[in-house]
Design a protein around this ligand. Structure first.
Ligand code: PEP
Length: 246
């Protein structure tokens, strides 16, 4: 059985004052029936770790373990700061930092080697969907971004259509189902049924309190990666509850 996962991506939002939201979340979900993960900016990781049972993750890491990489952070440093997971290959990084799947795979390998869970993101643009290339794009990103070292414990795949991120647009449940089923089949083909069926698949893109319950009914949706609605306990808590109710 795959344990459900509600993951929040705070992106470049949040200061020390924002940790109060984590406190509220931890109080409201003292004994959660699902895994809860928040990925704040790196500046907040260590302080955020005071809010168990909320697990804390990062939003990127470097592929190297140390060295002359000004401004970057190694997976070992994230682990040292208290992170247990790291988001990799988010479309905002693929776009703004020109991160391609080979680099995402190298970062994921580095994260897994340090014992971090790699949450590898992938998704199509609106133009790619309209050209009916969605599954080709996802297939390519999946093959290129996922390292051979992956297991059900150290890999989570997040399907995040670019056009749904921060826009309020959400694919139909059939569209989500098609992509998640495709990802599951590809993972089983590559890693075998045991590993392939144990990797958790998250949907991400404008998940909100009012649409989460429907999205969580889709087969092979094991949770969500949530941006804007993870910033406050008032918005994220109902999403967690919807996942617990599945
Ligand atoms: C994201 O950026 O990972 C995301 C899903 O954002 P939002 O929930 O705000 O669409």
């Amino acid at each position: 059985m795959r344990r459900k996962l509600a993951a929040g991506n705070w992106k470049m939002n949040g200061t020390q004052a924002s940790l109060a939201e984590l406190g509220k979340l931890a109080t409201a979900h003292a004994a959660p029936a699902v895994d809860i993960l928040i990925c704040p900016p790196a500046t907040l990781i260590t302080a955020a770790c005071a809010h168990a049972p909320i697990a804390i993750g990062a939003q990127d890491c470097h592929m190297a373990s140390a060295g002359a990489h000004t401004g970057d952070i190694a997976a070992a440093q994230l682990k040292d700061a208290g992170a247990t997971a790291v988001i990799l290959g988010h479309s905002e990084r693929r776009d703004a930092h020109e991160e391609h799947s080979d680099l995402v795979r190298a970062k994921a390998r580095a994260a897994q080697a340090e014992g971090l869970m790699a949450i590898v993101c992938m998704g199509e643009s609106l133009a790619q969907r309209e050209a009916q290339n969605t599954l080709d794009i996802i297939g390519g990103q999946l093959a290129g971004s996922i390292p051979d070292s992956s297991t059900g414990e150290n890999l989570v795949v997040a399907y995040e259509p670019i056009w749904a991120i921060g826009t309020g647009l959400v694919p139909s449940l059939d569209q989500i189902s098609e992509v998640h089923g495709f990802i599951r089949a590809r993972l089983e083909r590559r890693f075998g049924a045991g590993v392939g069926r144990s990797v958790r698949l998250l949907y991400g893109g404008s998940v909100k309190p009012d649409n989460a319950a429907d999205i969580f009914t889709v087969p092979d949706v094991d949770g969500a990666l949530v941006g804007g609605a993870s910033l406050t306990a008032a918005d994220f808590s109902p999403i967690i509850k919807a996942l617990e109710a599945v």
